[in-house]
Design a protein around this ligand. Structure first.
Ligand SMILES: [Fe+2]
Length: 135
């Protein structure tokens, strides 16, 4: 199962946590789908949720970037560069044409791992910054 939510992902920043939760929800739906059916029999549905995952991730990234800007977060530029990396990958999904099942599984697994790591390492730095600023 990909996109499994862990409490460790909680930043304690409500609006960002809500968005991460929604992102994982979409990812889990996709994960269940690709593990119970395959792209040949369920092409439209898989493509549709994959599209949802892509557009919501991109939307979430811009909202998170705006949030960091609003809070005067000092490492904004490098955080945006990280987002850019995944954004570029996600935008390539449209060019996949008719991918096979393995390609989809690899992609979902990659995005799931990337986002988990990104939250634990980079998004946590936002949390730490906000906690420091509070004092
Ligand atoms: Fe982020």
């Amino acid at each position: 199962m990909y996109f499994e939510w862990k409490n460790a992902y909680e930043l304690g920043v409500e609006e960002v946590d809500k968005q991460h939760n929604k992102l994982f929800r979409i990812g889990r739906n996709l994960s269940v789908l690709i593990q119970t059916t395959d792209i040949l029999t369920n092409f439209n549905e898989i493509k549709q949720i994959l599209g949802e995952l892509k557009s919501y991730t991109i939307e979430h990234f811009s909202r998170e970037e705006q949030f960091m800007r609003d809070k005067g977060y000092p490492d904004l530029a490098s955080h945006i560069m990280e987002h850019d990396f995944l954004r570029k990958k996600l935008l390539k999904i449209d060019r996949l044409g008719h991918p096979n099942h393995e390609t989809i599984v690899k992609l979902v697994s990659f995005v799931s791992d990337w986002i988990s790591r990104h939250i634990l390492i980079s998004d946590m730095k936002i949390r730490n910054y906000l906690l420091r600023e509070k004092d």
